[in-house]
Design a binder for this molecule. Structure first.
Ligand code: NAI
Ligand code: MG
Length: 357
């Protein structure tokens, strides 16, 4: 893209979201200076439990107008179960963005970083470096179904999987494009066509049809049960892994877990065509147990900032931030407590900003 003015909606949310988002912004500003783009950030107090307690709703009625003109949403975390039940806070905010803005791609990098102990023995930084691409709008998570004869011996419960050609093809096209953009050019599809005998063979069929458009991308498929085993046993095998909503959900938690702490994992909820803003957020929640103590690791938020810049076409700046994160994590005194260090949230954030500059 040639337009290098990026306007973003900033939503810190609750708990440590309010502590790590400022560190993400600090690094974004350093990146803007270093790489020569302009950032217009507007911060919103809604989509938080404080807002709910004041206004009786998680967001104002005009939230869509206030956010939809932006290029992206930079999101912290939402949830404060002591005052607002999670189903209200999450469904009243984050889920609204994902649905209303058709963020049909959920993207999570899986990358082993220096200084982060992997639960997998003998793996070094560089060994594990892939993406999980999850379909985020249909599949197994449908609202088609119901319960009959509840509470009787004849009780029946049904929930249908929905796969549309549009829905399957667009997630596959995104995943193949991503694979094509990477040096290994390798795509893996998660399936279970031996057991789920209608929708999964269809998914496989669409993968094969899509692969024909990408002769330069090598691809394979694994049944989900052996695929999860390979995540643990042979994580170096993967480059881009694509799955339906349910399989992608499982893989996108397992992948980052194989590379260490929840405090560093980032994610994107993406509308690739840019018809709506995409949302970038750390994988972790608001962590009430450590909130307000400057203990939170800001790396998940900062890495989400890098993913956002990548999405906005600032490829160099995105790579620069990831490299700065690696530099900082390699230095024990700059790590936060979850990584065995003693640095505060802002000490760690400042160090990343300095490493970038
Ligand atoms: P959580 O991710 O907030 O915390 C789980 C554990 O990981 C806690 O012990 C916490 O201290 C630790 N942790 C998380 N992030 C950390 C960081 N950056 N640095 C150091 N340690 C970190 O998950 P939990 O406790 O299940 O949920 C708390 C609240 O967050 C709930 O209201 C939940 O609904 C919400 N939540 C929101 C999400 C979102 O906004 N996308 C995602 C997950 C949970
Ligand atoms: Mg999950």
């Amino acid at each position: 893209r040639t337009n290098r003015i990026h306007s973003i909606a900033v939503i810190p949310g609750d708990g440590i979201g309010k502590e790590v988002v400022p560190e993400g912004l600090r690094v974004l500003e350093a990146a803007a200076k270093r790489y020569g783009f302009e950032l217009k950030a507007e911060e919103h107090a809604f989509a938080s439990c404080d807002y709910y307690l004041k206004h009786g709703a998680m967001m104002p009625e005009d939230w869509k107008e206030r956010v939809s003109g932006r290029d992206a949403i930079f999101f912290g975390a939402v949830g404060w179960p002591d005052t607002v039940p999670d189903h209200i806070s999450l469904w009243g905010s984050l889920i609204q963005f994902r649905r209303e803005f058709d963020q049909y791609v959920n993207l999570r990098p899986v990358r082993l970083m220096p200084g982060v102990p992997s639960p997998l023995a003998g793996r070094q930084p560089g060994d594990i470096d892939f993406y999980v691409v999850r379909e985020n709008t249909e599949g197994e998570y449908s609202s088609i179904g119901g319960r009959m004869f509840p509470g009787t011996e004849r009780e029946v419960v049904i929930q249908e999987t929905v796969m549309s050609r549009v829905g399957v093809d667009r997630i596959l096209a995104y995943a193949f494009d991503l694979a094509r953009s990477r040096p290994k050019k390798h795509l893996t599809s998660a399936t279970k066509s031996n057991g789920i005998s209608i929708t999964m063979p269809y998914w496989d069929e669409r993968v094969e049809a899509m692969a024909a458009n990408y002769p330069d991308v090598r691809w394979d498929k694994y049944h989900i049960d052996i695929l999860v085993a390979h995540f643990v046993l042979n994580p170096d095998r993967f480059d881009v892994v694509v799955g339906s909503n349910l399989f992608g959900d499982i893989l996108s938690d397992l992948g980052p877990a194989c590379t260490g702490t929840i405090g560093i994992a980032p994610s994107g909820n993406i509308n690739p065509e840019g018809r709506f803003p995409s949302l970038f957020e750390p994988v972790h929640g608001s962590a009430p147990d450590i909130a307000g103590q400057a203990l939170a690791n800001p790396v998940g938020q900062i890495w989400s900032a890098a993913m956002m810049l990548e999405h906005l076409g600032e490829t160099e700046a995105a790579a620069g931030i990831v490299a700065a994160i690696e530099t900082v994590l390699a230095e024990p005194s700059l790590r936060t407590r979850d990584l065995g260090g003693r640095a505060s949230t802002s000490e760690c954030g400042r160090a990343v900003a300095e490493a970038l500059s």
